[in-house]
Design a protein around this ligand. Structure first.
Ligand code: C5P
Length: 289
């Protein structure tokens, strides 16, 4: 397609999320295990004289509010001059679901435009720009399975986990991340005895303890705002999920199954009135950028 560059922008799950406390800057200190899944947006980048964005698929704003536009402007400022690009985003990842779709689109925009414009920025420079766009954006420069600390932006790659099948339920109602954190009413004091890494190691080494790993400290607050969240988790477990939890600040919940057949049977039994995606874990990039 005459000079187009096409990149995937995958969604993520949080396989467990512990909130350690509220910080002075208004964010929360957390520890989480990010896991990339193969529910994908797709970004096509074409050479052009000006920066523009078209969105296809799910409806999201095409203007300057879109993180793709913000990422493009940020990188253009960083590189100087006035480079252009026509960006076409095929949107499949629901917004307001805790799946990181907008953050992933932003990370793919930084990577793609750095390549299209010959920017030559290294991973650390892209990471610095990514953090200005959102707490989860640096993770999407790495992908795969990764530990997230700080606001979620301090990312350390972890070994791949066995590729489980995912039954993902995305309620129509979106949840606002700041509102869920606020509802959580977390104290200022930072808790230091987090145990998510022990749980990750336990599961990675023995294949046991997945249900303890996936616990999400935001689930209680999110369920107060949308009671169906706990019900969906219970139904997924009832259908044979090895574990089920909220991702990020919701509203999506996921069930993890040993294989695609089991995940698809669970999806059938849940009925067709809800938006359900069947997907699986994806490995990270090896290049780093
Ligand atoms: O960084 P991001 O734009 O994703 O954050 C959106 C909002 O979510 C923040 O303004 C904040 O209210 C909340 N948040 C938080 N602690 C985090 C990440 C996000 O309180 N670690």
């Amino acid at each position: 397609m005459n000079g187009a560059l096409v990149l995937d922008a995958p969604a993520k799950l949080n396989l467990g999320l512990q909130v350690l406390g509220r910080r002075d800057d208004g964010f929360h200190e957390l520890v989480t295990v990010f896991q990339e899944i193969d529910l994908l947006d797709q970004l096509s980048l074409f050479p052009a004289s000006e920066i523009s964005l078209q969105v296809r698929g799910l409806p999201v704003p095409e203007g300057e509010d879109n993180l793709v536009m913000q990422a493009a402007r940020l990188l253009a400022d960083e590189l100087g001059g006035s480079p252009g690009a026509r960006l076409v985003l095929h949107k499949r990842i629901p917004a307001g679901a805790g799946l990181g779709g907008g953050s992933s689109d932003a990370a793919s925009t930084l990577r793609g435009l750095n390549q299209l414009w010959g920017g030559g920025l290294e991973h650390e420079e892209l990471r610095r720009l990514a953090l200005r766009l959102g707490s989860d954006v640096p993770y999407f420069l790495v992908g795969g399975t990764a530990l997230g600390m700080g606001r979620g932006e301090a990312v350390c790659p972890l070994p791949d986990l066995p590729a489980l099948a995912v039954c993902l339920i995305c309620p129509e109602q979106e949840l606002s991340t700041p509102e869920v954190y606020k509802k959580g009413g977390f104290p200022l004091t930072v808790v230091r005895n987090y145990n998510i890494m022990n749980r990750f190691a336990q599961y990675a080494l023995s294949g046991k303890g997945l249900d303890e790993l996936v616990r999400n400290d935001l689930q209680e607050a999110a369920t107060e705002m949308l009671p169906a969240i706990d019900e969906w988790c219970a139904r997924l477990r009832h259908q044979g999920a090895l574990a089920a939890a909220l991702t990020g600040s919701g509203s999506a919940v996921y069930g993890l199954f040993p294989d695609a057949v089991a995940a698809s049977k669970a999806a059938e039994s849940l009925g067709t009135r809800t938006r359900i995606f069947l997907c699986s874990f994806r490995s990270g990039r090896t290049s780093g950028t």
